[in-house]
Design a protein around this ligand. Structure first.
Ligand SMILES: [Zn+2]
Length: 319
């Protein structure tokens, strides 16, 4: 099986460099990463199958990564070679879908400590209560507007995380309408390390009535549709968003009895965020008995606790 690999770019961070490759398929199941020549060279190759590397060698990236090249092993098996300007402390690979993308994070040995996989630098958490300021509210017993529910949960999460030592910023703390761009602006201005949006509308098609944790679909980044006027700056955070989604989904499984689905989808409100971001759907409020349970204080309390645990678990490296 042959996987075509195209170099898509890099971004330099304090302590690590991220290299992004686009691939034409999910590719072979297994990869091997070798850090050789005393930590001065990374070789990445499939255990089975071939890579068709269509990019030209990249001559220079930054102080840590001096260049990206490829190697021929035997007749055909090719691997990606990353030449290092200083000793690397580790490499982390992540896969994304639609489009199929391979992300390699190269960590410096000296300088700021790599924060993965032994714990991340998460000091500030942005909590985004979805909706708010709705002119029309459901009336009758058990009826609760989605924006009231998300705000009540968000206030509880803020207290839990603040007590645990995090700085928490809310994109709204009362029943007002806030545009997606203003929400992104609040989180970016606060230099939040993660962004967690809370919803309960079941408004994501097949997941109606179900809890789910959503991350941005890489294939939707850079598209002009959607309400955001912000440039697409969420792309570098996608691998961490997926880790965050997994941590939150894992924690919420103790509330729901099964893991809420993690799905990549179009999230216009996320593309302007300069941090890992997830949208958590608590389920559907819409008129069902389940909706009645969702409106209860006890549910808000339990949901908030499991969400806070999921965020802390991500911050500690996902254990
Ligand atoms: Zn919603």
């Amino acid at each position: 099986m042959m996987m075509e690999v195209r170099y898509a770019g890099h971004k330099s961070y304090a302590g690590f460099t991220r290299l992004v490759f686009e691939t034409d398929s999910a590719g072979p199941a297994g990869f091997k990463i070798n850090l050789d020549e005393a930590g001065r060279r990374v070789v990445f190759y499939p255990v089975d199958g071939l890579l068709a590397l269509t990019f030209a060698p990249v001559p220079s990236v930054d102080g840590l990564v001096r260049g990206v090249d490829f190697v021929q092993e035997g007749y055909a098996k090719r691997g990606i070679v990353i030449k290092l300007g200083q000793e690397a402390g580790g490499v982390r690979a992540s896969r994304l879908t639609s489009p199929d993308t391979l992300v390699l994070d190269i960590y410096a040995k000296s300088g700021p400590k790599p924060f993965l996989p032994y714990g991340r630098t998460v000091r500030t958490v942005a909590i985004d209560p979805g909706h708010g300021g709705a002119a029309v509210k459901p009336d009758g017993t058990g009826g609760m507007a989605e924006g009231d529910l998300t705000l009540d949960i968000a206030l509880r999460v803020r207290k839990l995380l603040t007590d645990a030592g995090y700085r928490v910023v809310l994109t709204r703390d009362k029943d007002v309408a806030v545009t997606p761009d203003v929400r992104a602006g609040i989180a970016n201005a606060a230099r939040a390390d993660v962004f967690v949006s809370i919803h309960a509308g079941g408004s994501f098609g097949p997941m109606r009535e179900q809890a789910a944790v959503l991350t941005m679909d890489a294939g939707e980044l850079g598209t002009k549709s959607g309400p955001s006027a912000w440039p697409d700056q969420n792309a570098p955070y996608l691998p961490d968003s997926i880790d965050l989604a997994a941590a939150v989904s894992g924690s919420l499984s103790k509330l729901y009895g099964e893991r809420p689905e993690v799905r990549q989808t179009r999230l216009a409100g996320v593309q302007g965020l300069a941090m890992p971001a997830v949208v958590v759907e608590a389920g559907s409020l819409g008129g069902s008995t389940e909706g009645g349970a969702l409106a209860e204080d006890a549910f808000h309390d339990r949901f908030a606790r499991h969400l806070a645990v999921g965020i802390s678990s991500y911050a500690r490296g996902g254990e």
